[in-house]
Design a protein around this ligand. Structure first.
Ligand SMILES: Cc1cc2nc3c(=O)[nH]c(=O)nc-3n(C[C@H](O)[C@H](O)[C@H](O)COP(=O)(O)OP(=O)(O)OC[C@H]3O[C@@H](n4cnc5c(N)ncnc54)[C@H](O)[C@@H]3O)c2cc1C
Length: 450
């Protein structure tokens, strides 16, 4: 059997690897339009600041493909799929490639919101960029070096926007992040933690503008600034747009494979067309797209098995896990972080907000089940949270881990539970009174956690 995979990043590569470990005999061919073997996109911002070189990003070199007997075809853009004849066509090549099973691991492309001039100025290389590939990063790096760039604007205050801003700042540019929403990382943080993060980002010399709806990119020969809907204008020499992704669906759509925002798949990662599967950033499952590496990894196991007729595990979606990768800034957000948006009772929150040490830990439980967390400024609880997601946990064990305590009033026995209030007892004002008997703060004694 011959399996053809289009796309050679996380989803395509790990599908190939999983296929090979399940079956020694099948023929595996990967086609990618890029000129590099599988590399990580995670460190692309550091390629701009020259903290890493291209070679540091490459995860599997040629010998890996040889050992696994996977044929990798670089610089091959697939221009058409012909499902009825089980063939694909490569740009500038006459002979089609035949397959028995086809896997679409086409990934996604940066989203460009409809700001006036954005697409034109990016395509005409006038100082507007998006970052998705090694070639994008090299172009940005060269533009900064050759065009006397002093000021940079990053549109998008999500994870990638902030990581990019950090590396742009490292290039010694005056750096401003412009965010549409009234807070940073709106999908990963609650309001309280977003305020702390903003302060931390600003303390690194990066300007943050919130509630900023970009309307237009200004400049003629090259970019000169941006204009917001409320009329505010900001000067800049370069604009980097990091405003989400769009799954790559064109090839599938033209082949009449069912698509919506992404390529529609079922729980076995099968598309609407027989013997064609899809995996990774390009898929849509139950109205959701993911755009993160853990989802690609999980899906690539299921698609490999399903393609070989092993259908004992079905895809149930991937819990969102996100870590901000800025040196010296610990931030992880996992699962459900805002239970007010969820249905049903029994939601509970354990929270520790230590403003002095810029530390915020929030654990979300449903009954006793761990459903999500925000861990900012400290990662002691990280491995516990990762290992226990969706499992029953012990509230007292969690309190111990987060170093949250209860304090008991010597006069009336009233208990002040830091985990419930989210405010550390020591952070309460000195004239704070027991809400029950009005005794003083000094009348409270710390209760042992053990
Ligand atoms: C700067 C940056 C940082 C990131 N950091 C993180 C992170 O820290 N954590 C995390 O979980 N995720 C991160 N991501 C997201 C992560 O990289 C993606 O989820 C992942 O790359 C998706 O893998 P994929 O294989 O599905 O698609 P892609 O990585 O998009 O790969 C698809 C490949 O298919 C090729 N292709 C498409 N169409 C064709 C065609 N017609 N012919 C031939 N080839 C084609 C594309 O060129 C591409 O090489 C980051 C992304 C970026 C851009």
């Amino acid at each position: 059997m011959k399996v053809v995979i289009i796309g050679n990043n996380v989803a395509g590569t790990f599908t190939a690897q999983n296929l090979r470990s399940l079956n020694e005999d099948i023929e595996i061919e990967i086609f990618t339009q890029e000129k590099y073997p599988y590399y990580t996109r995670v460190k692309l911002p550091e390629l701009i600041s020259e903290k890493v070189a291209i070679d540091d990003l490459i995860i599997f070199k040629e010998d890996w493909y040889n050992t696994k007997r996977i044929n990798l075809h670089l610089n091959k853009k697939v221009k058409k799929i012909d499902p009825s004849n089980k063939m694909i066509y490569i740009k500038d090549e006459f002979n089609p490639i035949v397959y028995d099973k086809l896997v679409l691991a086409l990934g996604s492309m940066p989203n460009i919101p409809p700001f006036k001039n954005a697409v034109d100025m990016r395509d005409q290389k006038k100082g507007v960029f998006t970052l998705r590939s090694i070639d994008d990063a090299l172009e940005i790096r060269d533009f900064i070096k050759k065009s006397a760039v002093e000021k940079a604007i990053i549109i998008g205050g999500g994870l990638l926007g902030l990581e990019l801003a950090n590396q742009i700042k490292a290039c010694n540019l005056e750096t401003t992040v412009v965010e549409f929403f009234p807070r940073l990382l709106p999908r990963q943080l609650d309001e309280e933690c977003a305020v702390m993060l903003k302060e931390e980002i600003e303390s690194r010399g990066i300007n943050v503008v919130l509630d900023a709806v970009t309307e237009e990119i200004l400049g003629n020969g090259r970019v000169e600034g941006i204009k917001l809907k409320d009329g505010r204008k900001f000067d800049t020499d370069i604009v980097l747009i990091q405003a989400g992704i769009n799954p790559t669906i064109d090839l599938a759509k033209e082949a009449n494979i069912q698509t919506n925002r992404g390529i529609i798949v079922n729980e076995f990662l099968e598309t609407s067309e027989k013997d064609i599967y899809a995996v990774g950033d390009c898929i849509e499952y139950k109205n959701q797209i993911w755009g993160i590496i853990p989802a690609c990894m999980e899906q690539s196991k299921i698609v490999a098995a399903s393609l070989l007729g092993i259908k004992n595990v079905d895809y149930e979606g991937t819990t969102p896990k996100n870590t901000l990768k800025i040196v010296g800034l610990e931030l992880t957000s996992i699962g459900i972080i805002d239970p007010t948006k969820e249905e049903g009772p029994a939601w509970d929150i354990l929270k520790k907000a230590d403003k002095k040490d810029c530390c915020y830990q929030k654990i979300v439980l449903k009954g006793n089940k761990l459903k999500g967390a925000i861990l900012f400024g400290e990662n002691k609880a990280m491995s516990y949270v990762y290992n226990k997601m969706e499992e029953d946990v012990d509230r007292d064990e969690l309190k111990k881990l987060l170093e949250l305590y209860s304090y008991v009033c010597n006069n009336c026995g009233m208990e002040y539970d830091e985990a419930k209030t989210g405010i550390l007892f020591n952070d309460l004002p000195s004239d704070w009174k027991c809400p029950n008997c009005k005794g003083s703060k000094k009348d409270f004694k710390k209760k042992s956690n053990s």
